[in-house]
Design a protein around this ligand. Structure first.
Ligand code: HEC
Length: 139
């Protein structure tokens, strides 16, 4: 599959509450509809080429919905929240730093120089919302 244009594109987060310079965890936008919509756009322009349209992996890159799956298996409460916070942290790290393969070749671009914290958390909010949708479908 051709990856197309995988240059990181900034995400317009001007409609969202600014979060400031220091990183906030867990994802402060989780469940915020506006952030989910902004994140969906950001995802489409930056991630979908590899991770799949609507965050449904076509096998080129890992399924991002799988990241939250174990957390969502906990009933809502502190256990689930702690689990999601760990996933947030991992998601943020990979997104900012990208990934290289064992030969040092870039297989996922780093978004750290282009994404604000608002952009990272908006995209994670989109993934979170999609994860809940997929889980509800299983019921
Ligand atoms: C050029 C293709 C490409 C693009 C674009 C891309 N990724 Fe990735 N991503 C990958 C690959 C390949 C891996 C697996 C890397 C590995 O095996 O170490 C990965 C891994 C990840 C992981 C870790 C998944 C896991 O199961 O451990 C996260 C999180 C992630 N990407 C988020 C994103 C986000 C968010 C975006 C958009 C802002 C994005 N990626 C854009 C190719 C891409």
């Amino acid at each position: 599959m051709a990856h197309g244009d995988v240059t990181p594109h900034p995400v317009d987060t001007s409609t969202l509450k600014p979060l400031g310079k220091d990183w906030i965890e867990p994802n402060p936008y989780r469940g915020n509809d506006k952030a989910v919509a902004v994140g969906a756009e950001g995802y489409l322009h930056n991630c979908a080429a590899c991770h799949g349209l609507n965050a449904v992996s076509g096998g080129v890159a890992p399924d991002l919905l799988a990241l939250n799956r174990d957390c969502l298996a906990f009933p809502s409460g502190p256990k689930r929240e702690d689990c999601l916070k760990d996933v947030d942290d991992y998601f943020k790290d990979v997104t900012l730093n990208g990934r290289k393969n064992s030969e040092g070749r870039i297989i996922m671009p780093a978004y750290g120089s282009v994404f604000t914290q608002e952009a990272v958390w908006a995209i994670k909010s989109y993934i979170d919302a999609r994860s809940v949708q997929e889980q509800d479908k299983q019921k």
